[in-house]
Design a protein around this ligand. Structure first.
Ligand code: SAM
Length: 526
């Protein structure tokens, strides 16, 4: 691999000559790949023999054979697993989401960390997944659907706009920031050509801006994880120090991540800054070396040569009350105005009632549910969610989210979309199908792995089915693929048109019999 001279200089100055030699050597190896199992799905027996090496720092995660096209298997379409680079799993491990918490994934697309957080929350609490770019946000929504998540709200907003609605709302926020992507070089050698020092400075400023919004959305006490897939200290430690000098109520705490190197200490950063101008440019002048709050060595860095991964930087930051809580200086919205809006909303909440149109759709959905779903699924949804019609879609919205003032625009999905109504008939959503288990439904069209009807269904064809007439969940040995409607021995296809494509039973293939690329855009993730 040909690295720019300036990149080599940054690396040698920051991490030493030996680290550079070792890094360079690792760059000749193929990138490592891994998957995370979806705890909502039964583990398919086809997968088991292929999952022999766990990723040490993440739950239910395994290294996988990089020669197989994992994204083309029908089990992938059923959300059985999520393909994710191993060190990209570490930020969520550091965040330590707890059941019932309100969590924000602020830079979320394509959704690898959103789906990882959701796996821990297990349908409890609230998870807002935000992505600024529209196209990437659609992929994020698709991935939350594929993994069967029910408590997720997907938004397409600038972080500052989101902060207007959710001030001090979240227990924990993940800022997996856009960065110079030095940890992507093995996977995407093209990225090397775009690397330059100006890019590091621009990214650092942008990251600081995003972190500012995160700060205002985090409760006290609360936590923020800041992560990037890049190595340089102009982003990473540099951004951390700039962020923490602005907020005395923040403190870096240890991530305790396995197999990671510690972040660069304040002492070493001062030395590096004397030899590396971009770092000297951004390092705050008033840093006190013995200020434990700013101990950047508590952050964690994964390098490809010292861990089996591509590379990441992760810092866990705690927000704690200080004696002199600093007054909010967030641009755009003064806090007094915000609390006024809040009161207005609370009054509205007390008077909450379904609209007439909502009542009609809910009644139709209840009839559908009586015929198609088991009682316990609906009663669980009603216990923890509120039903609300948004446009044409009836949603089950997590209670805590339904009580908060939602952003007035840019919401792609708020909780679990249940159904829409067409010509007086319920059309259940694909998201509902994938949020179900076989215990939740009255009719399951269960197909064994390898059955040709699976590929036909995923291509949008009708398939023969002997079940009683009505909606049925199509599954591969219990792993849901989508809905179909049985009419006199034929299952009409409800697999979404936009997702229909050719799949292949990849997991029955022996390693090295297929090409190295995955070929699935929805899984291109750090
Ligand atoms: C490293 S990627 C996130 C990967 C994602 N967390 C995952 O694990 O799948 C960073 C994301 O930040 C988004 N982004 C770019 N500029 C941004 C900005 N100014 N504010 C917020 N997000 C931004 C990018 O579109 C990109 O999707």
């Amino acid at each position: 691999m040909n690295f720019p001279k300036a990149f080599e200089e940054m690396f040698r100055t920051s991490f030493g000559d030996r680290a550079w030699e070792s890094y360079q050597q690792s760059s000749t190896q193929p990138p490592v790949r891994a998957l995370r199992l979806n705890p909502k799905r039964p583990v398919h027996k086809r997968l088991l023999p292929k999952l022999s090496q766990p990723v040490p720092w993440a739950k239910t995660a395994y290294y996988i054979d990089h020669t197989l096209k994992w994204g083309s298997d029908p089990l992938h379409a059923g959300g059985e697993y999520y393909l994710q680079e191993p060190s990209a799993m570490a930020p969520v491990t550091a965040l330590q989401p707890q059941k019932g918490e309100c969590i924000l994934d602020l830079c979320a697309a394509p959704g690898s960390k959103t789906t990882q957080i959701a796996a821990v929350l297990e349908d409890s609490g609230v998870l807002v997944a935000n992505e600024i770019h529209r196209e990437r946000c659609l992929t994020l929504a698709e991935n939350t659907e594929r993994m069967g998540l029910s408590q997720v709200c997907v938004t397409n907003l600038e972080p500052r706009t989101l902060a207007d609605s959710y001030r001090e709302f979240f227990d924990a926020i993940l800022v997996d920031a856009p960065c110079s992507g030095e940890g992507m070089f093995r996977k995407d050698p093209e990225a090397i050509t775009q690397w330059n020092e100006e890019l590091l400075l621009q990214n650092a400023d942008r990251q600081l801006d995003i972190l500012e919004s995160a700060y205002h959305m985090t409760k006290t006490p609360g936590r923020i994880v800041y992560s990037t897939c890049t190595f340089n200290p102009v982003e990473n430690e540099g951004v951390l120090l700039r962020f923490l000098t602005l907020h005395p109520d923040l403190q870096i705490v240890s991530t305790k991540l396995l197999h990671a190197q510690p972040g660069l200490s304040l002492d070493s950063l001062h030395t590096i800054a004397t030899r590396y101008a971009p770092l000297a440019k951004i390092l705050p002048e008033t840093l006190q070396i013995d200020d434990l709050r700013l101990d950047t060595s508590r952050a964690a860095r994964y390098f490809p040569d010292s861990s089996q991964s591509e590379g990441h930087f992760i810092a866990l930051i705690e927000k704690r009350a200080t004696l002199q809580q600093q007054s909010a200086n967030f641009p755009n919205r003064p806090s007094a105005k915000f609390s006024k809006d809040h009161t207005k909303h609370r009054t509205k909440r007390k008077q909450f009632e379904h609209t007439a149109q909502e009542k009609v759709v809910i009644r139709l959905f209840e009839q559908f549910a009586q015929d198609t779903l088991e009682e316990h699924f609906i009663s669980k949804q009603l216990e923890t969610h509120r039903l609300r019609l948004q446009g044409e879609i009836l949603y089950a919205i997590p209670q805590k989210l339904a009580e908060a003032p939602p952003p007035s625009r840019g919401v792609l999905r708020i909780g679990l979309p249940l159904c829409s109504v067409r010509s007086g008939h319920i059309v259940p959503t694909h998201a509902l199908a994938l949020a179900l288990t076989t215990q939740d439904v009255r009719r399951e069209c269960r197909l064994p792995y390898g059955d040709a009807r699976i590929l036909a269904y995923l291509a949008g064809e009708t398939i023969p089915c002997t079940l009683h007439d009505g909606f049925a969940l199509v599954t591969i040995d219990g792993v849901p693929l989508g809905f179909g409607k049985t009419v006199q021995g034929t299952l009409k296809n409800h697999y979404p048109k936009g997702l229909r494509r050719k799949y292949d039973f990849v997991l029955s293939k022996t390693p090295h019999s297929t090409s190295e690329t995955d070929g699935d855009p929805t899984t291109a993730t750090t």
